[in-house]
Design a binder for this molecule. Structure first.
Ligand code: UT7
Length: 315
C-alpha cells in the first residue's frame, strides 16, 4: 500500500502556557524547557467528530478520491462523547462512505497500528482504498487542576488515504503491559449487583517512567526496522515522531546520530495530541512540500499500555 493523501483539523481555541499559569501553579519557564510546548489547540464547543470528518474530507480531497471509493475506514481514538456507535461509523456517515469501519484504541501509537491493520487487509486482497483517521481529545481526559498532566496535551485529528502500492517497507508493533504508568478510569452505569465503590480517575501519569519507556521503545522499534531492511539511520530523509515532548525527540535523534533537520516537529504549537499527532505532522509536512517523491520516512509513536510502533515508508 501507499499513502496518497493526507488531511488534518485542529480546534480553533489556542491555549498558551501563560494562559495556563492564570489558573495553575505553572509557567512558560517550567513547561517550555521540559517539553518544548509553547501552546496547544484545545477543544471548546467543537465536537471531535466534526474535526475527524473535516480531516478525513481534506485527506480524500488531497488524494483526489471520493468517499464512495473507500473499501475500509479505520479510526484511532481513545475517547469521544460516544461510547457507541464507533467514531469510525460517525465518520463514515459524515463523509458519505458506505464501506465497513472499525475503531481501535492503541493510545498514541494508533496511527502505526492502523497502518499495520490496513496492510493486513491489503495482503489479504480485501481492499483497494483505505481511510485512516486518528482523532483525539486528551484535554477531556485530564484534570485541569493537575499541572503535571494537563499542560502536556492538545486536541486534533489527522487522516491519511491509502491505495495499492509497495511504499510501506516495514512496520513494527510492540506492547509491554504497564497499566499503572499512564491510565484513566471511568465509572460505568450502576447495577443492583455491583456493590463496590467506584470513582472516575482522570488521566494519571508517571512522567519519568513514560519518558524512559518512550525513548527506549521508539529507538528500539526504528533500529529493528532499519536492521531488518538492511538500512542505516542515514538512509532516512525524515523522522516523523510522536509529538509528546521535544526532549524525547532529541534523545531519539541522539540515539540514531541524526541531525535535527531530519526531525520536523509541531509539539511547540500543538502539544501531545495522542494518536492524531503523527498523521497531523505527516499532513503538515506533506502540505509544506517537505516530503519529496522517493524520500524515505520513518514514523514512530508510543503511549499508554505501554504500546509502541514504527513504520518505514517511501513517499
Ligand atoms: O504520549 C505519552 C505522554 N507522556 C509523555 O510523553 C510524558 C513523558 N514525561 C515527561 O515529558 C516529563 O516527565 C514531564 C514533562 C511530564 C515532567 O518533567 P520532569 O522533569 O520529569 O518533572 P517531574 O515530574 O520530576 O517534576 C519536577 C517538579 C515537581 O516538583 P518537586 O516535587 O520537585 O517540588 C513537580 O511537582 O516539577 C513540578 N511540576 C511542575 N511545576 C510547574 C510538575 N508539573 C509542573 C508544571 N509546572 N506544569
Amino acid at each position: 500500500m501507499k499513502i496518497i493523501g493526507t488531511g488534518s483539523a485542529l480546534p480553533s481555541k489556542i491555549v498558551t502556557n501563560d494562559m495556563l499559569s492564570e489558573f495553575l501553579d505553572t509557567s512558560d519557564a517550567w513547561i517550555y524547557p521540559r517539553t518544548g510546548i509553547r501552546h496547544r489547540h484545545v477543544i471548546s464547543d467543537e465536537k471531535l467528530e466534526d474535526l475527524a470528518i473535516s480531516a478525513a474530507k481534506k485527506a480524500l480531497d488531497n488524494a483526489g478520491m471520493k468517499a464512495e471509493e473507500l473499501d475500509f475506514i479505520i479510526c484511532s481514538n481513545v475517547v469521544n462523547e460516544y461510547v457507541t456507535p464507533s467514531l469510525s461509523c460517525i465518520i463514515q456517515g459524515g463523509i458519505g462512505a458506505s464501506c465497513p469501519c472499525l475503531d481501535i484504541n492503541c493510545a498514541c501509537a494508533g496511527f502505526i497500528y492502523a497502518l499495520d491493520i490496513a496492510e493486513t487487509h491489503y495482503q489479504a486482497g480485501k481492499v483497494k482504498n483505505v481511510l485512516i483517521v486518528c482523532a483525539e481529545e486528551p484535554t477531556r481526559m485530564t484534570s485541569w487542576k493537575d499541572r503535571s498532566v494537563c499542560v502536556l496535551f492538545g486536541d486534533g485529528a489527522g487522516a491519511a488515504v491509502l491505495s495499492e502500492g509497495d511504499n510501506i517497507k516495514g512496520i513494527k508493533l510492540s506492547a509491554a503491559s504497564a497499566t499503572d504508568k499512564l491510565y484513566q478510569i471511568r465509572t460505568l452505569e450502576p447495577t443492583p449487583y455491583v456493590t463496590k465503590e467506584e470513582q472516575d480517575i482522570p488521566l494519571q501519569m508517571k512522567g519519568q517512567d513514560v519518558f524512559k519507556f518512550a525513548v527506549k521503545a521508539s529507538s528500539g522499534d526504528i533500529k529493528y526496522l532499519l536492521d531488518g531492511l538492511g538500512m542505516k539511520a542515514d538512509d532516512i530523509d525524515h523522522y516523523l515522531l510522536h509529538q509528546a515532548n521535544k526532549r524525547i525527540i532529541k534523545s531519539i535523534e541522539d540515539f540514531l546520530g541524526q541531525p535535527e533537520e531530519k526531525f520536523p516537529t509541531n509539539v511547540e504549537t500543538h502539544g501531545n495530541s495522542s494518536s492524531a499527532s503523527c498523521p497531523i505532522l505527516l499532513d503538515e509536512c506533506n502540505r509544506k512540500g517537505i516530503l519529496k517523491k522517493g524520500d524515505k520516512i520513518a514514523m514512530s509513536a508510543f503511549g499508554a499500555g505501554f504500546i509502541s510502533g514504527a513504520a518505514i515508508m517511501e513517499w
